[in-house]
Design a protein around this ligand. Structure first.
Ligand code: XIL
Length: 677
């Protein structure tokens, strides 16, 4: 006996698993809708609800909300003034509760589907108001706490002109006040129910949508208890969501109103093609994406769910196939489109870029680029390169100052971006080492040559470190007699000053080493400048260039220029052209070697040009010799090339030296026997 019960339980479990997942592999719509926090619903037709098990199975599997297609309408539940028929509505609400579904009540006040006893009853205005109040309190009261939202008033705006629908029974018998009254009566009957105004062709922007907006905004302003606007969304394929829909949703949100898609279908002109079904899927996809992105959008309800039972063919001649399942309850592309949007990976924001860290005194200032969709950023720190990091702050903006740090310690930082879906990966790492408040000083140029009776300038740059802000005063020392210094500005809270050194007509000639100092905030820093005072008149002394043959032989050859100057040089360009004599084939390597200018090159070209330049601020002081040499080495190859030993085999080296007003052009060349000609 015990064993038989055991087997029965296993079989039951297996059946439940199979029936739950069949025939679809991915999650039913209601499961992912639950996770995304919206309702997915369908209108229910009574006949298949009563008679077709696959109808109710599909309904309970896929949807977490239902609405009656007709059962709550006056003609269905009010056979007479005193009579109420709740058979169908009770069954629908019980089914919803048994299957953990929400119910939308549709609809309390509508010009259509009204019973003859009401429209033909010749009631006075007061009697119609009383009947309306009685109906709403009876119906809403009966399902108090069990129906989430009511379409209190349906389709009160006329098409085209944006006026109230004056042909409506309710308008004609009560006047425009019937709308506010209906909402008041509904609130009285169920204070917790969400009360909607519902209409069609008012989803985007236009005359009718403006009229709906004006109507509901007046209701809100008058204190009428309205909570939402239903967008029926009866569309013709192809249909796509536009910016107008978002704008409309946002202006309703600004009134404090929620929205729901209440009766969606997308009708196709028959016969349907596969391509039209794909297009139709885009409409459903768009609406689902729209509703997920719009925080005041609460539900997507379709007007039926199987093409087997849809009002479309009966009301729109030649159209059909407007819903999510085909006539055999097989899911269509539209179904899968909604499913994939609902199941799309919840996106975290992109990783922040552009993180930078600036050290200060016991602090580091961080800043980074905004990540789209981020609600906040986690700032993380480590004292080890590469982490592990500790989150030290969560900030809404894109900068953060990390204080109370230890000067001299290097800190490593990353940031991540956070939104409701979670956190991005960490940004790339930056580091910074906070330092005590401090500054450095530098001069450009560091060499100045001035003539008696004239002056020269150098830019003095202050680099402030660690938040150093003190004012600084400049001074100069080590100046030769007759040379005076001035600074513009003489003191600064900024980052630079210009030093001007002026030599009198009797200033002491020759080189000197000057020191520039800046003091302030208890600190003093200095930098040096090489100074030379020359005779006036623009003469800067002579430059002599002497050709030399340093070496000549089968293994190594060097031809050179010796440069000697009698005054400091601050601008010098030496161009050396080395050219092999035509007809000589030689493939050894040439080298050129500069003196203190510190450049050298090598090449095997037929003609080679090298240039040696004095760098800005560099000076060649007088009475020193510099050699600019062209060398030929690679002795093995030399010995293998006998033709260059012939009497006409000459190599020529050209040296061209330019210095300000002095220009010298010296050429020397050498026969292969080493004699200069
Ligand atoms: C339709 C039903 O689907 C039909 O079965 C019925 O014959 C007429 O009404 N806007 C509404 C819905 O608010 O109540 C309508 O339902 C479709 C248009």
């Amino acid at each position: 006996m015990r064993i038989r019960i055991h087997w029965f339980a296993l079989c039951l479990l297996a059946f439940m698993l199979v029936s739950h997942f069949s025939p679809l592999e991915a999650a039913p719509l209601r499961d992912s809708a639950d996770r995304r926090g919206i309702y997915i619903g369908a209108a229910v037709t009574m006949s298949p609800f009563r008679n077709e098990s696959i109808y109710t199975e599909t309904l309970r599997r896929e949807f977490n909300m239902l609405v009656a297609e007709n059962a709550f309408k006056w003609d269905a539940m009010r056979p007479s003034r005193t009579g109420f028929n709740f058979t169908d509505t009770d069954a629908l609400v019980a089914f919803a509760e048994a299957n953990n579904m929400q119910v939308r009540g549709h609809t309390l006040v509508w010009h259509s589907q009204l019973p003859g006893w009401l429209t033909g009853g010749n009631f006075t205005r007061d009697e119609v108001i009383a009947i309306l109040r009685e109906h709403i309190s009876m119906v809403v009261g009966r399902y108090r706490g069990r129906i989430l939202a009511w379409d209190v008033v349906n389709e009160a705006i006329d098409d085209g002109n944006g006026q109230l629908r004056t042909s409506s029974f309710w308008y004609q018998r009560i006047g425009p006040d019937y709308i506010g009254m209906a909402f008041q009566f509904a609130r009285e009957a169920d204070p917790a129910a969400i009360l909607y105004y519902n209409d069609y062709s008012a989803e985007g922007l236009g005359t009718k949508s403006d009229a709906v907006y004006n109507l509901v905004s007046n209701l809100v302003n008058q204190g009428v208890p309205i909570d939402g606007v239903g967008w029926q969304m009866h569309q013709i394929n192809p249909f796509r969501i536009q910016q107008a829909h978002r704008t409309n949703a946002q202006r309703l949100a600004a009134l404090g109103l929620e929205i729901s898609i209440t009766e969606m279908d997308v009708r196709i002109s028959l016969p349907t093609s596969a391509q039209e079904l794909q297009e139709q899927a885009l409409a459903y996809r768009d609406v689902t994406e729209f509703c997920l992105a719009q925080s005041n959008c609460k539900a997507i309800v379709t007007w039926g769910f199987t093409d087997k039972y849809s009002w479309i063919p009966g009301f729109f001649n030649g159209f059909g196939d407007a819903l999510l399942f085909d006539v055999n309850y097989q899911p269509k592309p539209a179904y899968f489109a909604i499913q994939s949007v609902l199941e799309a990976t919840l996106q975290t924001p992109p990783v922040p870029t552009g993180l930078s860290a600036a050290p200060g005194n016991a602090q580091v200032q961080l800043s980074w680029n905004a990540s789209s969709g981020a609600a906040s950023y986690n700032v993380k720190r480590s004292t080890a390169n590469g982490g592990p990091y500790t989150t030290i702050a969560s900030v809404a903006g894109t900068s953060f100052t990390n204080t109370s740090l230890t000067n001299g310690t290097t800190y490593f930082y990353v940031v991540s971006a956070v939104n409701a879906n979670g956190e991005s990966a960490n940004s790339s790492q930056v580091n910074a080492t906070p330092v005590a408040a401090n500054f450095t000083l530098s001069a450009n140029p560091t060499s100045l040559i001035i003539s008696r009776g004239s002056s020269g300038t150098s830019n003095i740059t202050v680099t402030r470190i660690g938040g150093f802000t003190a004012g600084l005063t400049f001074s100069a020392s080590g100046l030769p007699p007759g040379v005076t210094a001035s600074f513009t500005p003489p003191s600064t809270t900024g980052s630079s000053s210009t030093l001007t050194l002026s030599a009198s007509s009797t200033a002491t000639l020759g080189p000197a080493s000057a020191t520039v100092s800046a003091s302030g905030g208890g600190l003093s820093r200095s930098t040096s400048i090489n100074l030379s005072v020359n005779e006036p008149g623009g003469s800067t002394g002579g430059v002599n260039l002497t050709p030399v043959i340093n070496a000549s032989g089968p293994w190594f050859n060097e031809e050179a220029l010796r440069l000697s100057n009698t005054a400091p040089l601050t601008a010098l360009s030496v161009t050396i052209v080395i050219q092999r004599t035509a007809g000589i084939s030689f493939n050894g390597q040439y080298n050129t070697v500069g003196g203190l200018i510190l450049q050298s090159n090598s090449s095997t070209s037929t003609t080679i040009t090298y240039q040696f330049n004095l760098a800005s601020g560099q000076a060649l002081w007088p009475n020193t010799n510099w050699i600019f040499a062209a060398q030929r080495a690679a002795q093995e190859r030399f010995t293998q090339l006998p033709e260059i030993h012939g009497p006409s085999a000459t190599r020529r080296v050209e040296l061209h030296i330019v210095r300000q007003v002095i220009s010298k052009d010296v050429r020397c060349w050498m026969l292969d026997d080493g004699k200069r000609v």
